[in-house]
Ligand binder design. Structure first.
Ligand SMILES: [Zn+2]
Length: 365
């Protein structure tokens, strides 16, 4: 995997966006479409938009994963700096403020019932839809990460004395994807009301997602689209969720992945030998537990997962930008085709139903 950084990296991305090679991901579960001409992909306004936005989004990724933010741990200074950055970006994008404003504080009790964490907050904005009767699509990405901690003895980062868990892929990448999607959708009014939520406290037990749900706004949610780790892969980007909500699968199957990205289903079915079930691994779980359909976009765990080496320089810019293009195309297709928020619980009978862990320690995403 090549890992250019800085201005060279940005120039390289822009150059690499021009020739779109034919996709050859031929796995049976692939949702990519090999027959889609590259010229057609290039003509999509959303693809052109993300290409034009790529220098800004790489700059945002660099800032959010910089050492100065100290790993964005919930309740700490670097996390608050990230929150303020996201709030400003939401405002610049032209998002509307929900009741209570962009920043929605919450508290929770820390591990072992000890200290109360009092400086947590989600950042939430929205765009009114053309058809308010459909309810909202909520796009989520957590912006918190693990902070500063001693690296595991014997690891390369321990030898380097690196104790800052930058969380470039986990999940500065999903947060930046959220910002780019916000900028595009603000200029292209969605059919559903679109709520964009940068969530806090995911790494300590999906706390921000739970606070968002408990706040009760928006009242009707048709779908959750969760982004968590979308910047590092040779090719595979997973769309998990359609096992539980099969009505979503044909919508996503018709979305051509943007090379080198190959969009694949999976990681949402319990009991598959050798394959992790990600149904409970990130914030989408809280929506799923309420019977709200979800699509989770993310990559496989990699060697730097939950390590101090999850850094900006190791992000693959070409994959990342084309993952955002693919996800944005998915957002547009889902917005166009998903029906109204239902008061029922679609797929409820298929949910695994294991109890929610109350003391954090969520390892996924
Ligand atoms: Zn994560």
């Amino acid at each position: 995997m090549s890992t250019p950084s800085g201005l060279i990296g940005v120039a390289w991305i822009l150059a690499s966006l021009l020739p779109l090679h034919a996709c050859t991901g031929g796995a049976e579960t692939s949702a990519s479409r090999e027959t889609t001409p590259a010229t057609q992909l290039l003509s999509e306004p959303s693809d052109s938009f993300v290409a034009a936005d790529s220098a800004q989004l790489m700059s945002e990724l660099r800032f959010l994963s910089s050492d100065s933010l100290e790993g964005r741990r919930t309740g700490e200074t670097g996390n608050v700096l990230a929150r303020e950055f996201i709030r400003a970006a939401f405002g610049d994008a032209g998002l509307h403020e929900p009741p209570g404003g962009f920043v929605q504080p919450f508290e929770f009790r820390g591990r072992g019932g000890a200290a109360q964490v009092t400086h947590a907050a989600n950042v939430v904005g929205f765009l009114p839809g053309r058809d308010p009767s459909l309810g909202a699509i909520v796009i989520t990405a957590h912006f918190d990460h693990l902070g500063v901690r001693a690296p595991r003895p014997g690891t390369p980062e321990a030898a380097l004395g690196d104790s800052i868990f930058n969380g470039a892929d986990d999940n500065a990448s999903g947060t930046v994807a959220l910002l780019s999607i916000a900028r595009y959708m603000a200029q292209n009014q969605p059919r559903h009301t679109l709520v964009l939520a940068a969530l806090d406290g995911e790494e300590v037990g999906l706390r921000g997602a739970r606070a968002f749900m408990e706040a009760g706004w928006p009242p009707e949610i048709a779908l959750n689209i969760n982004l968590d780790m979308v910047s590092r892969s040779d090719s595979l980007l997973f769309a998990a969720g359609p096992f539980h909500y099969p009505q979503l699968r044909p919508i996503l199957e018709a979305v051509p992945a943007r090379p080198p990205v190959v969009l694949r289903f999976g990681h949402d079915q319990p009991g598959v030998n050798g394959v992790d079930d990600w149904t409970g691994s990130s914030d989408h779980r809280v929506f799923h537990d309420e019977g709200i359909p979800f699509v989770y976009f993310g990559v496989e765990d990699h060697e730097d997962y939950h390590r101090a080496t999850d850094e900006f320089a190791r992000v693959d810019p070409t994959f990342f930008v084309n993952a955002i293009r693919t996800i944005l195309a998915g957002v547009l297709a889902l917005d166009e085709q998903v029906g109204p928020a239902s008061s029922g619980t679609p797929g409820a009978g298929e949910r695994p139903g294991e109890p929610v862990a109350e003391e954090g320690g969520i390892e996924g995403g």
